[in-house]
Design a protein around this ligand. Sequence first.
Ligand SMILES: [Zn+2]
Length: 434
Amino acid sequence: MKSIPQAQQEKFLKNIFMNKESHNIKSGTTIKNCQVCGNKDLMKIINLGDQPPCDSILEKKNQKEFKYPLNFLFCKNCFLGQIDFVVSPKKLFFKKYPYRSGITKTLVEKLYSTSEMAKKKIKITSNSLCVDIGSNDGTLLKGFKRFNFKVLGIEPTNIAKIANEDGIETIQSFFDIKTANKIYLTYGSARIVTATNVFAHVPDLSSLIEGIKIILEKKGVFISESHYLVDLIKTVQYDSIYHEHLKYYSLHSLIKLFKYYDLEVFDVEFIKNYGGSIRVYTASKGEYKIKKTVIECLKVEKNFFDNSNKKLNDFRKNIVRNKKEIIKTINQYKRKGKKVVGIGCPGRCSTFLNYCNITSKMMTYIAEQSTSLKLDKFLPGMKIPIVNEKIMFDEQPDLAIILSWHYQEEIIKILRKKGLKSKILIPLPELKIV
Ligand SMILES: [Zn+2]
């Protein structure tokens, strides 16, 4: 058998090394290479302008804030969507981070589905350990607890305290090799490790994945859920592009990523969370048989991205058109002296409102549930006040723009039941008033 020439081997090894290097990005820098495969030739899709981090809610209207570039790019080599600037995680997931998964009822149900599917697919012995990375208030782990799992959360923000008070043991920390070693020594190895909507947020992927390998049992399974790139493009979800969210995965890019670490994706599912997410089951190479779903999905994805130039150009055009239509509609209402407000303040609405340049003169306030940690604060950038939704029900404004539009059906039902009579504008994928 012919062996590979020395020079070619070295080039290959250098390539792999370089690529893995791109899994560890320094914060505060502009990224030039693909965050998964290291490809230098990234396709620029859209510039969403300089924006503040979407969850850096302002305590005071005149508070000083920082803005960073927000460009969306695409790698044709591994089908990864990505932004090209990394804000330090400490600036993004600061201790007072205001996002709680447990308060959105629909999200609670969706988070429970992770444990339900895991129970169906993975053999579990009594007292198996499940570790959730970026466990927030422990909602997902509560799902596993119902099935007699031992559970452990890892959460860097103060929300860890809420989880602990609620009976879900949680370590307040970022997850990396150091934390993984501590977990292994104290709690032993885990049957299941989960990371929902975390995997796209971490700049140091190699430390995260190596850490996961440290705590996983031999037949342990890592389940990750990430916003799905194909859905993002199809339904024009540019509002889900923000600094916390560095990568927008396809199955191709996930498989490629795990390969560097001898891990293998053996199953895939598509779920409705966050407007379309991909859930992949990953284990050490060869431990599980690769399911047909993986092969089928790869085919469908390949077809979708075969004509990526046109699809991505259309994506950009749709974003620009959406901005124009939104502004035109709000201005029509305002000219007649009518009141326009926002409903719900998910992180993603910051990108939407800042990119569309919707000021507090155009949108008087954003109405949030009374349990929200964002109440009486201001949206970063546009400085729109965030108020208790009770005010909106009292005032019945002329037009209310639903900002968690990806959960529109459930939310509209609840709002109508609570007595909201206002016209409701659904901004995406196409502007619609109901
Ligand atoms: Zn790539």
